[in-house]
Ligand binder design. Sequence first.
Ligand SMILES: Nc1ncnc2c1ncn2[C@@H]1O[C@H](COP(=O)(O)OP(=O)(O)O)[C@@H](O)[C@H]1O
Ligand SMILES: [Mg+2]
Length: 197
Amino acid sequence: MVFIAIEGIDGSGKTTQTARLAEMLRKDGFDALTTKEHTDGIIGREIQKVLEHKEKVDALTLQIMFVADRSDHMYRYADIIKDRNRFLITDRYLYSTIAYGTAAGVSNKYLVELNSIFPIPDKLFIILIDPIIAMKRIDRDRNRSSRELFEKEEFLKEVQANYRKFKNATFIDGEMPADEITQIMYKAALMEFRRKS
Ligand SMILES: Nc1ncnc2c1ncn2[C@@H]1O[C@H](COP(=O)(O)OP(=O)(O)O)[C@@H](O)[C@H]1O
Ligand SMILES: [Mg+2]
């Protein structure tokens, strides 16, 4: 399997690209699955409550919840990950925990350590974007005026600075047209598939 993670701040275009990339691969006859974090599983649903301000926990607890959710996620996908002829594309992964958690004041070393047990993706894409543009996109999409927990320009600037530090990433300019971004990802995904098979 080719395991692809798509990362970036809120509004950078992750969900859009996850769907577009999978669709493009399927058109070529590949078996492409998509998934996301946080999940809609038992822990993921609790995370959603915190993000929507319905429940409150401290920064460390929330990041540990994201890690627990990831453990549940990877457990559920364990068989799929072994399947050689597939693509699995995840909309957010462990890099979110490290980038957001560190920005929220949790020990970076601890977050890296906690996440060291999870499979490393074959390809990591990080979409970069001006946080002001990202927030404008989010506000435009929402029919409610309230923002989720992390959706603040200043905070997202810091998150993005953390994202830039990942050495194994392919960074993509999120302000390019969506189809150009998909093309870049598609070419890199195919290259990875050929390299592995
Ligand atoms: N490359 C792009 N250029 C312009 N708008 C985009 C682009 N990619 C996504 N969008 C729009 O921006 C908004 C946020 O995209 P989304 O994929 O939901 O981001 P994320 O999942 O990273 O929060 C959506 O309205 C989407 O249609
Ligand atoms: Mg999204």
